[in-house]
Ligand binder design. Sequence first.
Ligand code: APR
Ligand code: PHB
Length: 390
Amino acid sequence: MKTQVAIVGGGPAGLLLSQLLDLSGIDSIVIERRSRDYVLGRIRAGVLEAGTVGLLREAGVSDRMDRDGQTHDGFEISWHDERLRIDLAGMTGKPVTVYGQTEVTRDLYTARDERGGEIIHEAEVVRIESTESDRPIVVFEKNGEEHRIEARFIAGCDGFHGPCRRAIPEGVRREFVREYPFGWLGLLSRSKPANSELIYAAHERGFGLCSMRSDAVSRYYVQVPLTEKLEDWPADRFWDELKRRIPVDVASQLQSDGEVLEMSVAPLRSFVSEPLRHGSLFLAGDSGHIVPPTGAKGLNLAASDIFYLHRALDAFFNSASNEGIVNYSAKALSRVWKSERFSWWMTSILHDFPEMNAFEKRMQKAEFDYLAQSEAAQRSLAENYVGLPY
Ligand code: APR
Ligand code: PHB
């Protein structure tokens, strides 16, 4: 098989890239290890920056998002019963859009089908060869047989556990990691959201988050120790714990009798791999970096990587310019590191860290009080939350 860009991974990053390339007249093949149903069964965050929304519109996949997505002009942070609203629209002129990542992925699949895009499912990439040449090769296994795709470029959109990052030689690659000593236990429920806007709740018992997917589907999280097992958390225990961490008047609005659609535990991690290009291989999305979910930046960062990568490949194939290719890693990383900083900071101020001493706990409370009293601090938070410019 031959193509211009071989895309490893059919998550949101890989699908968005294949769609944008197609609109620019560039061929690609997406190779995805899982089935489509499996990919669409993964529940992930649901807050889109204005930049992501713009890129999805450019990609022609925005009909459902524009119809069903919720425009949020602000969100709240609470500390026990004290509440603070961050006026995103008032401070930045931009809202965020609440629309599930699973739905974004579904819309991308629909669009690829409509344009006859080639996506090979249940095909596991096992090797990447010749990345330092201009004929790199992706080797994948499907139904027990090995296949090869020769491309001009390879886009590694294969998530944190995929093989592409490891195809960059160890002497060239540098990895930066921060692990957090807790995870988020999430519950998706068929119920009216407890509050019309998101609430990030800091509490001595640990962090809690009230989010939503629509007027009829809510998404909640509680911080848990990494040792916690899902089977120890029947829904009743989850609701009790969440109610203790969020302001009382919000807790009184919580509908805990709706059908539980999904529960899962996710660890929190900050991670960056440098560089994001080696020869003809690019990394984009979770394959190159991970953020803790506290700032809802995961998908949004994947989108900005894809923006830079699409522009670079378009200029290469359609205008014979190498510049975007050469600058991709530095450009993408500059934005990645700022989102890493923001996600790390949000995580640090809102969670209960087991190792924190009394002084550090006061520092967290002082962060909240400062934020509550300083318009400058709120503006900085808002600027990052709606998304820094590309
Ligand atoms: N061969 C083929 N596909 C692979 C392989 C492999 N060896 N390894 C991983 N994949 C696929 C995974 O099955 C997955 O569908 O790559 C895809 C990567 O998708 P995501 O993990 O969703 O990563 P990405 O597209 O970068 O999305 C970034 O979405 O996944 C969330 O938390 C993530 O919010 C972030 C954003
Ligand atoms: C979610 O709705 O799943 C969600 C929202 C905001 C976050 C993280 C997750 O910061």
